[in-house]
Design a protein around this ligand. Structure first.
Ligand code: FPP
Length: 224
């Protein structure tokens, strides 16, 4: 059985869910946040150490302002009301991405990271204003500038995921089969599961069924 240490998720389908059931994309994001909470609990139950959630990509800035503002207000409230609870549960929060939001949100994100930085039960990496191509170019540039030789080990030290093991498993909900500029380097050997359900409909049973399938896959890592 494969050990499972790190799960990464592309939480796709909020907008479609909201339009289908509530006539607004934002209602889908709100419902998506409930799924986030359920999946965090289930990740702990499964004793998984890292959970990376793709919450906002560098490309998502192209969305209407109303939707962007709503997403950030959801995140703000989530942190204001839940960070103490996450901390009590020994959960560490790390932001993957460039913190270029409102002053209030930037401060809240840094505060939440600092408050939970020593926690050890689960690390949640929230990919926010994250783009893999940007991350890769940045890592190359840093190595070049510091005249450090380019090899795999040095390169990893300049990624946003420094000190985080690569995902064992990637799940993308929403019936779409693409990576959308997410962890292009880190997913080199991850097992990928594309799930038909929209993110707000995804539940603990779906998650556990994927984990079970993952555990039984023969992972070769290039060997036979
Ligand atoms: C993709 O669905 C989802 C996002 C861009 C945002 C994800 C946000 C949440 C799950 C809620 C907030 C989370 C936190 C951690 C506070 P989409 O809108 O692209 O869906 P679509 O493909 O149906 O349009």
């Amino acid at each position: 059985m494969n050990p499972i240490n790190h799960v990464a998720i592309i939480m796709d389908g909020n907008g479609r869910w909201g339009l289908k059931y509530k006539k607004s994309r934002n209602a889908g994001h709100k419902a998506g946040l409930n799924t986030v909470e359920k999946i965090i609990k289930e990740t702990i139950k499964n004793k998984i150490k890292y959970l990376t959630l793709y919450a906002f990509s560098t490309e998502n800035w192209k969305r209407p302002k109303k939707e962007i503002n709503y997403l950030f207000s959801l995140l703000e409230n989530f942190l204001i009301y839940k960070i103490d609870d996450l901390n009590k549960q020994n959960i560490k929060l790390k932001i993957l991405g460039v913190k270029k939001f409102t002053k209030k949100l930037n401060k809240l994100l840094s505060f939440s990271e600092k408050k939970t930085s020593k926690n050890t039960r689960l690390q949640i990496n929230l990919a926010l204003n994250y783009g893999s191509k940007f991350e890769l170019i940045n890592a190359f540039k840093s190595l070049q500038k510091k005249k450090i030789s380019i090899n795999e080990k040095n390169f990893c030290r300049y990624l946003l995921t420094k000190n985080i093991p690569d995902p064992d498993l990637l799940i993308r909900t929403g019936n779409t089969k693409r990576l959308s500029n997410f962890l292009l380097w880190q997913l080199a050997y991850s097992e990928i599961f594309f799930e038909k359900k929209l993110w707000p409909d995804f539940n603990e049973k779906d998650y556990n069924s994927i984990i079970k399938k993952f555990k039984n896959i023969k992972r070769n890592f290039g060997k036979i």
